[in-house]
Design a protein. Structure first.
Length: 169
């Protein structure tokens, strides 16, 4: 019998720790994308800026999904310190490459969380994480394609990247 004051924790302490860390990673990604958006906005590359402002919002939503999952499973929320994002970029290529590298890193983090959930036979966490696994394929692919377009255009022809983004929307 469960005491009235007790709650059932439906997630392991190991996964709670990993999910809390992921909250930090997702908020960190949001801040990094805001920084990249600011870089493009200052260059009057409004569609590139818009893309990264939207990415920043998306990453914040991802963090909130983890927050709600932790709380819904009666885990203890413990948001880590968020490192300062990179503020300066030498080129558009460097900015987009930073975004791609971030997404690749996040993919590894999500895969690690999924491996833990699988090892623990935590089917709830696996179901939750599957959405992120699928999302990471989309995110890495999008940034990889954008980096390819930016590289082809070169810093002198970024207006072509803006035209490409206008065509996509």
């Amino acid at each position: 019998m469960i005491d009235e004051k007790e709650t059932i924790m439906m997630i392991s302490k190991e996964l709670v720790k990993g999910f809390n860390a992921q909250v930090g990673h997702e908020f960190g990604a949001s801040m990094q994308y805001l920084s990249i958006a600011g870089y493009f906005d200052l260059q009057n590359l409004k569609l590139l800026a818009k893309l990264f402002f939207e990415q920043a919002d998306e990453e914040k939503e991802h963090a909130m999904k983890f927050v709600h999952y932790i709380l819904d499973t009666n885990g203890e929320l413990n948001i880590p310190a968020i490192p300062e994002p990179k503020q300066a970029f030498a080129s558009a290529e460097e900015a987009v490459e930073a975004a791609l590298n971030w997404e690749i890193e996040v993919t590894g983090q999500i895969n690690s969380l999924m491996a833990t959930a699988v090892a623990q036979n935590d089917y709830l966490a696996q179901g939750f994480l599957q959405w992120f696994v699928d999302e990471q394929l989309e995110e890495v692919s999008k940034m990889d394609q954008l980096l390819s377009v930016v590289r082809r255009a070169g810093d002198g022809n970024l207006i072509m990247v803006e035209a490409y983004l206008a065509h996509l929307s």
